[in-house]
Write a protein that binds this ligand. Structure first.
Ligand SMILES: NCCCNCCCCCC(=O)CS
Ligand SMILES: [Zn+2]
Length: 679
């Protein structure tokens, strides 16, 4: 599978700036790119990327998303003097022109297309284009919101035209609504546009009714536009992950794109003067990781906004470091999404339940008649006009408070993410050959007699089988090296999966171990009883009420063979549980004889690596050598194979998932998808 991360940047794009006084535009400065690129260089990340040169976009390429008259008008700006530039700028909103901005805008588009070329031709797996001016607000015949040409919209059209991309996903995590992208693909079912954005019931810029959750696309494009409005500021890591687990990822996996764009705006990070959100830069490592197993890993991240130079640089590094395959940092104390975010999540899931089968039975019904309870607070002074006095003063009052506050906002610098020298170690019977790229694990020294006796006594019921004693010893040695971060992950073929899991959960030094058990079992009671292990058991067992907080059976009528059902359980239940639990070690155990579809197994193996600094240990029954290759491939950092469009999970399964969610969400609030009073 293709590896390599492209980085496209050119300092020419720093060579334009605001030439007059404009309080709205003053934040869009050249230093945004300079500090981002310098941080990548200083951290050593730039050198690990494949450096791809920029180029100018051609007229034909720009015309993929813009009108001729607009392009011709912009072409004149290099020859304008100051007054003419200011007059030209007045035709558009919240944007400024400069004699060199047309050149830079062509380079921003060209950089994005270079990234698409290198990803689609397999020269690299993924990459990031560090560009300005940004693009997602610009429209067919208008510059807007610091944007001149719509870099990502053009690139999506380009990928469809030149690479026959059938389904393109655009994830816009910028804090503003990329209305330019939404307009471009409004009725296009081949481009799924997802955006969250500060909205505050339409009182935040760009104050558009069509930025709300009920803009779902039109005509054949209905359902392919997903808006999640933030109606309050201060949204944090838990809110962002909850939207990924309960809105974006289920729909994205059902859509099954063959290319993913990220409108990577970092004004959604803490400290930003536009966003006023609380999410910390490390969250972008997890958001990136969660997208990297779509489209066989073909992810093109393109810079949009981001105006706090500190959180911008840190967030860019977090994103690029994840694209490079480094382990994600451990997410700090996650809770559930806040009530306002839950309302937005509930609204988006409800309005889209008729378009996406993954939401069909899951999202609570959306009242057709907007009762007074559901109607958004009426806007004073009309929906488009400025807020009425009350709104305005309160808004200005709050903003003044916010402006003052943001000087004092500080946050911890993201922790260094050290990738162990050895990535994947395999414990295999000699007869099983080790897939290339992996190392067959052999501990520095074997067990001493005391160690042998202890292992035999505790796990082997005094049996004389020396080979089993050695294997168990090697397993604890492998675990030990993982927990010292000398090895990132591992795979072991063991004679008895239950025994191996019991040994590892008790031997682990981690305070919390997540054990994902695929297939029948039973899961040894010793594991279920020890309070440091959370067991998530995915199988076809009958739903049964008995469970502790730390033993969670996820029943599937058709068992692990039901790819759609398992995938929705993984995205909507297992991952929220895992992220909230925040384990130091992840064990993935596969019960013998269980037929799990290869792609699904790979998705699980890859997605779980976002936890525990990537310390994932996979346990397979030793006579099951078939999955060794595909599992090793994922442990080595290759993307999971795309599953293709997912069908609807069985209604009875989704029913039991929802009952499980309702039962567990008090203990595990990241499972919540609706605000309390709506339940
Ligand atoms: N301070 C609150 C007023 C809102 N100002 C919005 C100005 C346009 C922002 C465009 C942008 O950031 C592109 S990503
Ligand atoms: Zn923005």
């Amino acid at each position: 599978m293709k590896m390599g991360t492209a980085l496209i940047y050119d300092e020419e794009m720093t060579k334009y700036k605001l030439l007059w006084v404009d309080p709205v535009c003053k934040i869009e400065v050249p230093e945004r790119l300079i500090v981002s690129y310098e941080a990548l260089v200083k951290s050593g990340l730039a050198d690990r990327c494949v450096s791809i040169p920029v180029r100018e976009a051609t007229d034909a390429e720009i015309l993929l998303a813009h009108s001729e008259e607009y392009l011709e008008a912009v072409k004149k700006t290099p020859y304008m003097h100051l007054e003419e530039l200011m007059t030209f700028t007045q035709k558009y909103g919240d944007v400024y022109f400069h004699p060199n901005i047309y050149h830079c805008a062509k380079l921003a588009v060209g950089a994005t297309l270079q990234l698409v070329d290198n990803v689609m031709t397999g020269k690299v797996r993924n990459g990031m284009a560090l560009v300005r001016p940004p693009g997602h607000h610009s429209q067919s015949s208008a510059a807007n919101g610091f944007c001149v040409f719509n870099n990502v919209a053009i690139a999506a059209q380009y990928a469809k035209k030149h690479y026959k991309a059938k389904r393109v996903l655009i994830v816009d995590w910028d804090v503003h609504h990329g209305q330019g992208v939404q307009y471009c693909f409004e009725d296009d079912p081949s481009v799924l546009y997802f955006s969250w954005h500060r909205y505050e019931h339409q009182s935040f810029w760009p104050n558009l009714k069509e930025s709300d959750f009920d803009s779902v696309g039109s005509g054949k494009g209905a359902g392919f536009n997903v808006n999640v409005p933030w109606n309050k500021v201060g949204m944090g890591n838990s809110d962002y992950l909850a939207v990924f687990f309960h809105v974006l990822l289920p729909v994205a996996y059902e859509f099954s794109p063959d290319l993913v764009f990220i409108c990577a705006g970092f004004d959604s990070a803490i400290g930003d003067p536009e966003g006023h959100m609380s999410a910390t830069p490390d969250i972008f490592a997890h958001l990136t990781h969660l997208l990297m197993n779509l489209a066989d890993g073909k992810v093109c991240a393109v810079l949009e906004g981001g105006y706090n130079l500190t959180s911008l640089a840190q967030s860019v590094c977090q994103t690029v470091q994840t694209l490079l395959g480094d382990p994600a940092p451990r997410p700090a104390q996650l809770g559930g999404a806040c009530e306002s975010a839950l309302e937005s999540i509930h609204s988006a899931r409800s309005i889209h339940k008729k378009y996406w089968s993954c939401l069909q039975h899951a999202a609570a019904p959306f009242p057709e008649e907007p009762s007074s309870k559901n109607r958004r607070p009426a806007q004073q002074g009309g929906s488009q006009g400025p807020e009425g006095d009350a709104g305005g003063d309160a808004q200005r009052e709050e903003e003044k408070v916010e402006e003052k506050e943001e000087e004092e906002i500080v946050w911890p610098e993201p922790l260094r993410r050290v990738a162990p020298s050895l990535r994947s170690a395999l414990l295999l019977p000699d007869a099983v050959e080790c897939p290339d790229g992996c190392a067959r694990f052999s501990p520095a020294h074997g067990p001493g007699p005391l160690e042998r006796a202890r292992l035999r006594k505790s796990y082997l019921k005094e049996s004389e089988d020396e080979a089993s004693v050695t294997l168990l010893y090697n397993l604890t040695a492998l675990l030990g090296q993982m927990e010292k971060n000398e090895i990132r992950n591992g795979l072991a073929l063991v004679p008895d999966v239950s025994m191996a899991a019991t040994l590892l959960t008790s031997a682990s030094l981690s305070k919390r171990v997540l054990l994902v058990w695929m297939g029948e079992g039973p899961v040894p009671s010793q594991i279920i009883e020890d309070e440091k292990t959370l067991v998530v058991h995915i199988d076809s067992m009958e739903p049964h009420e008995a469970h502790s907080k730390y033993y969670i059976p996820i029943p599937l009528k058709k068992g692990c063979g039901d790819t759609a059902g398992v995938m929705q359980a993984v995205l909507g239940l297992l991952l929220p549980l895992g992220y909230q639990y925040e384990p130091g070690l992840v064990l993935l155990a596969r019960w013998p004889g269980y037929q799990v579809e290869g792609g699904l197994w790979q998705q699980l193996t890859c997605l779980l690596q976002g936890l525990a600094l990537g310390h994932t240990l996979v346990l397979l029954q030793e006579n099951e050598t078939a999955p060794v290759g595909i599992t090793a491939s994922c442990l080595l950092g290759n993307a999971a194979l795309s599953l293709g469009p997912l069908v609807a999970p069985g209604p009875e399964d989704v029913g039991s998932f929802e009952r499980l969610r309702l039962r567990l969400q008090t203990d595990w609030p990241l499972l919540q998808t609706t605000a309390p009073e709506k339940r």
